[in-house]
Design a protein around this ligand. Structure first.
Ligand SMILES: CC(C)[C@H](C(=O)O)[C@@H](O)C(=O)O
Ligand code: SF4
Length: 431
């Protein structure tokens, strides 16, 4: 039987010609991504065993992002631990505060991580990098320690779910809506320990930013990772980052590859979707209920990219954030922040009455810069709406595309991005 892309990559990294789902392999890891939250525990484990070394200082990318700039002494210490380790071990790719941003988005733009490679990190959204046609997955601190020490991790070869998205999405429908629709259909555990491989003409036409949004959310369906095969869009993205096709391996799934499940999505039938509290699979059509919001958040490794900010600016331009709503916009990286400034997007947000923050995970996981209080209601472009995720357990989090967040911030309640056309003109019933 043929193999899927994921199986081919895992075989190539474990010395086999062929692997099958369920097989245990010892996998060579090309890249280890480290941030300040989970890396200190891994380093402590190694230290306690007298194993404090790194397999290859050139193959580790370190980016503090969750609790930086530090908001308390504990966070400052975690940052120090990461930084001291980086300097002590000569870790080559260090993106300090002011030079980085959210680790996943920093990494995708460096040109370091290439198609066909393997990546682990002590972070569940590591699946993000699968959009490059790579195998990227989150691991716990013990496996992270193993990867830092030996450049290897044990995996059980996952089954693969094929998600075929065909047709043209209607205006106002973004990759975030597509992935929320898929998670709604299959459930928050629908892809448990499976690779989610995205194919179809909708994916073929999708830019890299949209593909990252799709693979980023694999974990919200329980997936081991998300993958999009390399095509001209990927090649162009890599060459814009100074990497030519000769420098990486492209894998395609065989026509007779075995898939555990096939999910068919007609993009033309998908509507702008909002995931209601408290689980990302709780999707409903945007505009169904005008529930009042107190917070609107644009950012995260799912939707804090330049195309997301442009989409928000399209709707915010010349408008105001509704009274009673606190809107926070967090460009995912320094480079995106700068680009947004150059394009005048940040000015649009500020003029609208939004607060523009520095690149970091920010309020996405309720650590700083916009923690929610009791009974707050937030519409967010991030990826998780679990109880207590962004702060107080009584707060309500609604997940949506950046456009839906912007439309809701202006309206002061959950709203429909289709109320605006591609130029940002109001098209449906006026407020
Ligand atoms: C802090 C980190 C371990 C965590 C993760 O693994 O995803 C965070 O990034 C999140 O989004 O919840
Ligand atoms: S932006 Fe949010 S989801 Fe992404 S890594 Fe940071 S905390 Fe996790």
């Amino acid at each position: 039987m043929g193999m899927t892309i994921a199986e081919k990559m895992l075989a190539a990294h474990s010395g086999y010609d062929q692997v099958v789902p369920g097989q245990l392999i010892e996998c060579d890891i090309d890249w280890v991504l480290c941030h300040e939250i989970t890396t200190p525990a891994a380093l402590k484990m190694l230290e306690d065993r007298g194993m404090a070394r790194v397999f290859n200082p050139d193959r580790i990318v370190a980016v503090p992002d969750h609790s930086v700039p530090a908001m308390n002494i504990k966070a400052a210490k975690m940052y120090q631990t990461l930084k001291e380790w980086v300097h002590k071990n000569g870790i080559k790719h260090w993106f300090d505060v002011g030079r980085g941003g959210i680790a996943h988005v920093v990494l995708e733009n460096t040109g370091l991580m290439k198609p066909g490679q393997t990546l682990v990190s002590g972070d569940s959204h590591t699946c993000n990098a699968g959009a490059l046609g790579a195998f990227a997955t989150g691991v716990g601190s013990t496996d992270l320690a193993g990867a830092i020490y030996a450049g290897k991790v044990w995996f059980k070869v996952p089954e693969t779910m094929l998600i075929r998205v065909t047709g043209q999405a209607n205006p106002g429908v973004t990759p975030k809506d597509i992935v929320l629709e898929v998670i709604k259909r299959i459930g928050a555990d629908g892809a448990n320990y499976m690779v989610m491989e995205w194919v179809g003409d909708y994916i073929d036409q999708l830019d890299m930013e949209g593909r990252f949004t799709l693979t980023n959310m694999a974990i919200e369906a329980g997936g081991k990772t998300g993958i999009v095969a390399v095509d001209d869009t990927t090649r162009r993205f890599m060459s814009e980052r100074g990497v030519s096709p000769g420098e990486y391996t492209e894998y395609q799934s065989d026509p007779d590859a075995g898939y555990k499940v096939v999910v068919e999505v007609d993009a033309s039938q998908v509507e702008p979707t909002i995931a209601y509290p408290h689980i990302p699979s709780n999707g409903k059509v945007a505009g169904s209920d005008p529930i009042k919001v107190t917070h609107a958040y644009v950012g995260s490794c799912t939707n804090g990219r330049i195309s997301d900010l442009r989409d928000v600016a399209r709707i915010m331009k010349g408008r105001k954030v509704a009274d009673g709503v606190q809107m926070i916009v967090v460009p995912a990286t320094q480079a995106i922040w700068k680009q947004a400034a150059q394009e005048g997007l940040l000015e649009i947000f500020v003029d609208a009455g939004a607060s523009v923050s520095y690149p970091s995970c920010g309020a996405c996981l309720g650590m700083h810069s916009g923690v929610l209080g009791p009974d707050d209601v937030c519409i967010s472009s991030s990826n998780r709406n679990f109880v207590g995720r962004m702060g107080d357990p009584s707060a309500q989090i609604y997940l949506a595309s950046p456009a839906t967040v912007a439309a809701s911030a202006v309206a002061g309640h959950l709203a429909d991005p289709r109320d605006y056309d591609a130029e940002g003109n109001r098209v449906n019933a006026a407020d």
